[in-house]
Design a binder for this molecule. Structure first.
Ligand SMILES: C[S@@+](CC[C@H](N)C(=O)[O-])C[C@H]1O[C@@H](n2cnc3c(N)ncnc32)[C@H](O)[C@@H]1O
Length: 199
């Protein structure tokens, strides 16, 4: 039996070298800042699947007056985020579920390489719409596609779902949007940025 078969156990191990290694293939996490929108004063922002806090640090710097919340189902990843951010953001140890937040809570929800790891993604995207305020922004960067079946299977073993078509589902759900797709490793896979307003 593979002791790292569940995603929580996977991050028990991977949290230890996550920040040292992910720059090499989770592309676009820094440049996501270029897509950060203008938000109202004292905005409320959620980083869904915040992990070790890479995006949280950027968000805090960009929106110093924001109330920022990170939610993650791995306590090991959150421990590292807490070391970086202390009490300056709210960190919630939980899977992302509808009951966590009220309707119309957030001015922006960010998903940085987390949505392809979330189970039952269409249902979770409905929750995102529910938790976003009207005119709130959803901003995503994530793995998109690959021409290689073996790579898709390999990613599945690593709990990343490149089969469900995240960006097609997002497009259908949000309608008007911006989508920018880039190649990773000369086309081994693509990753995309998605930005949309909740209407
Ligand atoms: C690849 S990491 C990305 C972390 C961070 N956003 C980044 O850009 O480095 C994916 C994270 O999503 C979290 N995650 C996966 N499914 C989740 C869920 N259903 N609810 C909350 N967090 C989840 C994992 O625990 C992990 O920390």
């Amino acid at each position: 039996m593979n002791p790292f078969s569940s995603q929580d156990n996977y991050y028990l191990l991977h949290s230890k070298f996550y920040d040292l290694t992910r720059w090499a293939f989770l592309f676009g996490r820094s440049s996501m800042q270029r897509l950060y929108p203008e938000l109202p004063a004292n905005p409320s922002i959620l980083d869904l699947g915040c992990g070790t806090g890479k995006q949280l640090v950027q968000l805090k710097k960009h929106y110093p007056d924001a109330k920022i919340t990170g939610v993650d189902r791995s306590e090991h990843m959150l421990d590292i985020a807490r070391e970086k951010l202390g009490e300056s953001v709210q960190l919630i140890y939980s899977a992302y579920i509808e009951e966590l937040f009220e309707e119309n809570t957030f001015d922006m929800i960010v998903g940085s390489y987390s949505l392809t790891m979330v189970e039952e993604i269409p249902k979770k995207l409905d929750h995102i719409k529910y938790h976003l305020k009207p005119e709130g922004t959803l901003l995503v960067v994530d793995f998109d596609n690959t021409p290689f079946k073996w790579f898709r299977e390999w990613m599945m073993i690593n709990h990343v779902d490149m089969k469900s078509g995240l960006f097609t589902i997002l497009t259908n759900l949000f309608g008007d949007h911006q989508l920018y797709t880039r190649k990773g490793y000369l086309g081994l896979y693509t990753y995309s940025f998605f930005k949309a307003t909740n209407v």
